[in-house]
Design a protein around this ligand. Structure first.
Ligand code: ZN
Length: 313
């Protein structure tokens, strides 16, 4: 965990958000967004995905975005990589953190990554070897993300046995850590608590610290509280809640960074985020994407009278 904060907010809007809308944000606007959000105190941003430009033209400039984001002091620059080729590009660009999604629903895996579980695990091993071959001081962190962990829009519920087998498989392949991902917005607080315990039981408490949640059914922030109670300390969210998953139909809506930061600070949990500065970042996005809906309650309602952010004890 970063020094001086209790919960790490990992902004995924420039990746999860922009990949799921058809408009293409210009590189300069992406840079302005990332710089402003980092200046507001967000310490980790998933800035893009190294997928072929033919699949996601919205993220075709990810290498340039990474190169820029790396110049921001104190910012962890995270990217999504679908395979070894993407990981090679990510390492070359100098990303600090690589996330490989593994859909625990094999149907979704075939549709999203065009790979079977065995193929994704082989890819994870190849990426782990690539990471291990880098000089120690330049080695990115490598996380395997268990997507569709709470259920799949194509396959329905995921058996626990599949989930634990995939978590073990990712760790055996050489991932530093696994993450839980509610790609489809099916999670509820009880299930979040249960699955964190289940996965931690097989990989160890320190190998599962983060979760990616969507607000598809309105349970996003309730699920965050359940995740915190279960011991997690890294939460993905998206500015204005933009994003979802283009390959999981109906799975729109990341949890909103502004509302998440407000809730955590109001609960006395330090995020390092300055809420007024964070709220001002929205304008950068709405100016270039005027037709995209931006969500969030705090941006509309404002901060409560006398609101005080969390302070160091
Ligand atoms: Zn997502």
């Amino acid at each position: 965990m970063n020094a001086g904060i209790d919960v790490l907010i990992s902004e995924v809007g420039p990746r999860d958000g922009l990949q799921s809308i058809s408009a293409i944000m210009p590189l300069e606007a992406k840079k302005a967004w990332i710089a402003a959000e980092a200046a507001a105190g967000v310490r980790e941003i998933e800035v893009g995905s190294f997928v072929p430009a033919s699949l996601l033209p919205q993220l075709a400039d990810t290498a340039e975005v990474v190169a820029f984001a790396r110049t921001i002091p104190g910012l962890t620059v995270a990217v999504l990589v679908p395979n070894l080729r993407g990981a090679e590009a990510a390492v070359k660009a100098g990303a600090h953190k690589l996330t490989l999604p593994l859909s625990v629903s094999e149907t979704h895996s075939l549709k999203n990554l065009r790979r079977t579980h065995a193929q994704v695990l082989a890819e994870a091993k190849a990426i782990a070897d690539l990471v291990a071959a880098q000089p120690a001081d330049q080695r990115p962190k490598f996380e395997g993300s268990l997507s569709t962990a709470f259920g799949c829009t194509l396959e329905g519920p995921i058996p626990d046995e599949t989930l634990t087998r995939m978590a073990e498989g990712l760790m055996a392949a050489g991932c530093d850590e696994v993450g839980l991902s509610d790609t489809t917005g099916y999670a509820n607080p009880a299930e979040v608590g249960r699955l964190v315990k289940l996965i931690r039981g097989v990989v160890g408490d320190d190998k599962l610290t983060g979760i990616h949640l969507h607000n598809t059914r309105g349970l996003g922030l309730a699920n965050v509280v359940a995740a915190l109670n279960a011991g997690l300390d890294t939460i993905d969210s998206s500015l204005g809640g933009i994003g979802g998953c283009p390959f999981a139909p109906g799975a729109s809506g990341n949890i909103v960074t502004e509302d998440l930061a407000f809730m955590l600070e109001a609960m006395g949990l330090r995020t390092g985020v300055d809420l007024d500065k964070l709220l001002a970042v929205r304008k950068i996005v709405t100016d270039v994407l005027p037709d995209e809906p931006m969500y969030g309650f705090v941006p509309d309602a404002g901060l409560p009278l006398g609101f005080a952010p969390a302070r160091a004890a």
